[in-house]
Design a protein around this ligand. Sequence first.
Ligand code: ATP
Ligand code: MG
Length: 580
Amino acid sequence: MGKQSSIVFSPMDIGSQGTHASQPRNDAGWRDARALIDGFDGRLNIAFEAVDRHVLAGHGAQTAIRFLKKNGGHEDMTYEDLQTQTSRFADVLTRNGLSPGDSVFGLMGRVPELYVCALGALKAGLVFTPLFSAFGPEPIRTRMEIGSARVLVTTAAIYKRKIAAWRHELESLKLVLILGDSAPEGCVALKDAMAPASTSFETVRMDPESPALIHFTSGTTGKPKGAVHVHNAVIYHAFSGRRALDLTPGTKYWCTADPGWVTGTSYGIISPLVNRVTMIVDEAEFDLDRWYGTLEREKIEVWYSAPTAIRMMMREGAEAAAPYDFSALRFLGSVGEPLNPEAVVWSEKVFGLPFHDNWWQTETGGIMIANQPGMTVKPGSMGKPLPGIEAGIVERSGDGLREVPRGDIGELALRPGWPSMMRTYLHEQARYDKCFRDGWYLSGDLAFCDEDGYFWFVGRADDLIKTSGHLIGPFEVESALIEHQAVAEAGVIGVPDETAGEIVKAYVTLNPGCEPTETLEQDIRGHARKKLGPAVAPREILFRNTLPKTRSGKIMRRLLKARELGLPEGDISTLETDET
Ligand code: ATP
Ligand code: MG
């Protein structure tokens, strides 16, 4: 894609000279962000923007990814290594008869091969889908069926346990590549396939509107949907990484999300590499000392995580962080669930910086609303729309939509048109079409916008509680509950009640050392009543050891409710379990 004349900033002038979060920002919108990518004369490819062009520009020796191994030690991959490996993988795919548009699934942990496969598949013009390695056989099969998988890249252990039994029933599947140098029967060892492959594969120049990635939603509210994203999305990934996360060339960056959900790909692969950062990928799961140690040792500057992890840190107390040096940190971001105000206050105490909440969805492909670098953070707010993004709060009236007055609660809607927006739900066009009305994309989330233009999350439309004429968002109640010193996490639902319509019921987990007694329950209820008033405070509080969550760390309130009411649990394919 040729550079446009209306360039407001160039890839070099933002941040490369040590921009700091507190500096005022250029307000150029995403339309100007085409200047941040190179493209090829009207065509483009995400992999070229993320990898090849940096090598061509002389940055091949820069570390692109440092992989922290589960059992200690690390492996570094430079941009040049990444270019070589992704070219080899693209060559393997084409030599096996695959062509642009074919679908490649990756099913493995956060190991180097995952990143090579994702970018190599894109390089060859194929469509990539990352899946959580911890999914059981059924969720894997369903998603591979929906995505008509032609290639699967996985480990021998996963293959034997979860795939082998049904592999031949999936007719579309032509090639199974296995990590390492040996493979079960009917599969090919990735190492053997890669060794003779060409390192000079020519990146396929794609139509910007051609599919690049399929991401399945988290399944918090129901059956996961397959959102289709195109190569053109890279423009928005380049832009939003800079604008919302302060990613600049050379930034030491750590995104804790797994590529099995959209954050781990948009901001765990594409956006950081397009912005030529040096990123950390940790193969291991959350461990407090490991995480604090990583921030210190790797001198992480920008850190992107999620409320569920932040609450786990808070549970262990500020003392656990005291021995560590976090002075390299300059920006903290959070996404995936509402970030309780308490968490923002806590992070200022522990890291000397607030977590910056931002909001987006699998469907939007990129960050839409954010507490952006340089902006005053309002704890509990999601921030403001990124430049070029128009957000509104609407309600349905008659057969149309109307924007509600400032401060009123309504559905969060966006004016479509940014490059990383999904192009359809795979095989569910009607469901996709239903998301659009009167020129708006309807998010399914409820929010309000304050006088200063900050957006505040209220709850998912499905989770809203109607009690004695009040509308209550669970987030407000949960945030008040976790301010109680004994409460670690809270999930709040409405349960039917003859007089009130619904009553508010809370499920809470406790901090270490706190006993689930009746006195404590009364004390927490008293605290909530004082904070929220009797109409909004939970009528009942139940103690739990854990709350049901998706694998991407979201509390599944619909499951709390189904279990409470003895109703069918619905699709639980993304429910977190101990199975690996
Ligand atoms: P499904 O659509 O399958 O029910 P899901 O909506 O959880 O699952 P995702 O696309 O992974 O799937 O998550 C997007 C949703 O997560 C948003 O619609 C919103 O409800 C919630 N979310 C994300 N970020 C934030 C945030 N900063 N504050 C509040 N909610 C958030
Ligand atoms: Mg959703």
